[in-house]
Write a protein that binds this ligand. Structure first.
Ligand code: SF4
Ligand code: SF4
Ligand code: SF4
Length: 208
């Protein structure tokens, strides 16, 4: 198999970040393909289009995989929330890899259709079973597919960076709290020692 960089392989993938390829997202799948560890027929949202692109890129035969992919490939879709049933638990927001759901705690949530990649990752965590998928038109041209993927990737990276920053900030806050607690414990210990010392000195003076 031809050796192609992860970045170039990743550029062929739809950036839906759904995990249907059994990898954590498009880039890990691209890495596995690049290492020769994964077959090129695992991206169901990419379907025949991506399979053929990967075949050409990596100089691999795809003819025998096309029929199976025709049956398994996923049509583009977006999530829709039944706002009458939504209890605003925010579980779908946490699950969405591209920040395509808006809403706050106890308020109804809505999907931003233009940002939804159709990954379906919000469906399983919803306790009210109020998210469903609705088929949408496929992009017509390769340029439109590329624009879809670029938009999804930008939102995916932005969410990852935001979560990383939040995790970093909460770790820092925790560290500062631990340091503040340690300082006040230390101050209390020193005050106690000073109090005992002063008391002992008073006793000594009383005896002399
Ligand atoms: S879009 Fe394709 S490559 Fe990306 S995570 Fe989903 S199945 Fe894997
Ligand atoms: S709204 Fe649901 S289906 Fe759409 S991108 Fe987010 S998690 Fe995926
Ligand atoms: S997970 Fe379901 S119930 Fe909870 S906020 Fe999302 S749509 Fe509403």
């Amino acid at each position: 198999m031809k050796k192609i960089s992860v970045q170039v392989i990743d550029q062929c993938l739809p950036q839906t970040q759904c995990g249907l390829c059994e990898y954590e997202g498009c880039k890990p799948y691209a890495e596995a393909i690049s290492l020769g560890e994964a077959n090129i027929n695992k991206c169901l949202p990419g379907g025949i289009r991506v399979l053929e692109q990967l075949g050409t890129l990596l100089d691999k035969e795809t003819e025998h995989l096309i029929e199976d992919m025709r049956l398994k490939q996923k049509a583009p879709s977006v999530a829709v929330i039944d706002e009458q049933l939504c209890i605003g638990c925010v579980k779908c927001i946490a699950a969405c890899p591209v920040d395509a759901i808006i809403g706050t705690g106890k308020k109804m949530h809505t999907v931003l259709a233009a940002d939804c990649t159709g990954c379906e990752l919000c469906i399983e965590p919803c306790p009210m079973d109020c998210i469903s998928m609705q088929l949408v038109d496929k992009p017509d041209t390769e340029i439109e597919w590329q624009a879809f993927a670029a938009h999804a990737k930008k939102n995916y990276i932005r969410k990852k960076e935001r979560i990383a920053a939040q995790t970093h900030n909460s770790r820092q806050t925790h560290k500062q709290q631990v340091q503040a607690n340690t300082s006040s414990e230390e101050a209390a210990k020193l005050a106690k020692q000073a109090y005992i010392k002063a008391a002992l000195e008073r006793v000594k003076k009383g005896r002399s």
